[in-house]
Design a protein around this ligand. Structure first.
Ligand SMILES: NC(=O)c1ccc[n+]([C@@H]2O[C@H](COP(=O)([O-])OP(=O)(O)OC[C@H]3O[C@@H](n4cnc5c(N)ncnc54)[C@H](O)[C@@H]3O)[C@@H](O)[C@H]2O)c1
Length: 263
């Protein structure tokens, strides 16, 4: 077998939740580019459809879109019924949705119970619901891969020094939801291993997305590599976890943070 063969996803089917967001399209590029048929799932229909069409064009792959609220058990149920009917299988699930509260970047003292519950339901709840539904299909083939999106803030606390006076902070519920997703990943990795299903997490550092220059400067100074992450730099790690190249990697949290958590 050639060195690159394990990365080949020909014949595989991938579902990416949060597919119309910042990172979903990168994941779609990586998986469709390696030969998988990809379904993007998101609340944003127009953005989702445009993204699917764009990725299909650039990768010459098969990419479609399905609108669903993945924090709703009934919607997740019908989503995976569509997946089963359309593809007869699912090999890869990427849980990349994030819940954002109404006053998400406010201080702890002002953070509401409603926002807390919303974020936990959307971020952690959707990971639970989609993993459960995908695993039921994967079990039939005795193989599958689930990748959950963690974050540096699932591992360490937010560093308030990088936010300056911008008012933009990372809320407590983000830390709690990411910590929950990381340990849910370990639980599922152990529980689903007998069925040939691997479950891992991918934890990026802050992705550059035209943020305020002061913030970018402070974030970069705090990072050993002195810069933010570029979204396309996640493609390789995602493909590694999604493919046979990581066939003995299970219950792992792959940090892609430039060394943020190394010092
Ligand atoms: N961008 C970063 O800097 C960064 C860093 C570390 C971790 N992450 C994680 O990576 C993942 C993707 O991040 P992103 O930057 O692409 O986020 P994003 O906000 O750009 O995209 C998230 C997508 O999820 C969709 N969504 C929200 N609620 C939904 C629901 N109930 N049902 C269906 N779709 C829903 C939104 O419409 C959006 O398109 C998240 O889990 C995030 O926490 C991101």
């Amino acid at each position: 077998m050639s060195t690159l063969e394990p990365f080949n996803l020909k014949g595989k089917v991938a579902v990416i939740t949060g597919g119309a967001g910042l990172l979903g399209p990168e994941f779609a590029e990586a998986l469709a580019g390696a030969g998988a048929r990809v379904m993007l799932v998101d609340l944003h229909e127009e953005k989702g459809r445009k993204t699917a069409a764009r990725v299909a064009r650039t990768t010459a792959g098969s990419v479609c879109f399905h609108k669903a609220d993945v924090s709703d058990p009934a919607a997740v149920d019908s989503l995976f019924k569509v997946v089963a009917k359309t593809f007869k299988r699912v090999d890869i699930l990427v849980n990349a949705v994030i819940g954002v509260g109404k006053n998400h970047f406010g201080p702890l003292e002002d953070y509401t119970w409603e926002d807390w519950n919303h974020v936990m339901r959307v971020s952690v709840g959707s990971t639970f619901l989609c993993s459960k539904a995908a695993a039921a299909l994967m079990k039939k083939k005795k193989s599958g891969v689930i990748i959950n999106m963690g974050s540096i803030y699932g591992v360490v606390g937010a560093d308030p020094r990088i936010y300056g006076k911008s008012g933009i902070n990372s809320p407590a519920v983000y830390a709690a939801s990411k910590g929950a997703i990381l340990n849910l990943t370990r639980y599922l990795a152990v529980y689903l291993a007998p069925y040939g299903i691997r479950v891992n997490a991918l934890s990026p550092g802050g992705v550059w997305n035209h943020q305020d220059p002061g913030f970018v400067k402070r974030y970069s100074a705090r990072n050993p590599m002195n810069r933010m992450l570029l979204k396309e730099e996640l493609r390789g790690s995602l493909l590694f976890l999604a493919s046979q190249a990581s066939s003995y990697v299970n219950g792992h949290n792959l940090m892609v943070d430039g060394g943020w958590t190394a010092w």
